[in-house]
Design a protein around this ligand. Structure first.
Ligand SMILES: [Cu+2]
Length: 102
């Protein structure tokens, strides 16, 4: 019978790196979601949270980096090789009832 099992739904999202930009530049996900950066540009890039929450190291052309969001927060990140490349990952609670006031 459907609906009797608590949903442990984890989503996934992809952020594309191309033309020296993260696309989308700001992305909101829920705790437990998987975030994948794909380097679709013509030269290597990285994705690294200013807080140190993640750091991909150099991503070759076509390479991917996968990060599982564990903690809520607003994570500014950038490419270590190109500081002008920056993005924002917003991680919100998985349970809508636990959303913090804003
Ligand atoms: Cu870069």
């Amino acid at each position: 019978m459907h609906g009797s099992t608590p949903a442990a739904h984890a989503g996934s999202t992809t952020i594309r790196i191309s033309q020296f930009t993260f696309d989308p530049a700001e992305q909101t996900v829920s705790v437990g979601d998987t975030v994948t950066w794909v380097n679709a540009d013509i030269l290597p890039h990285t994705t690294a949270a200013d807080s140190g929450a993640w750091s991909s190291g150099e991503l070759a052309v076509g390479a991917k980096y996968v990060f599982v969001a564990r903690d809520t927060g607003r994570y500014a990140y950038r490419c270590a090789a190109h500081p002008s490349m920056h993005g924002m990952l917003v991680v919100r609670p998985a349970d809508p009832l636990q959303r913090p006031p804003r």
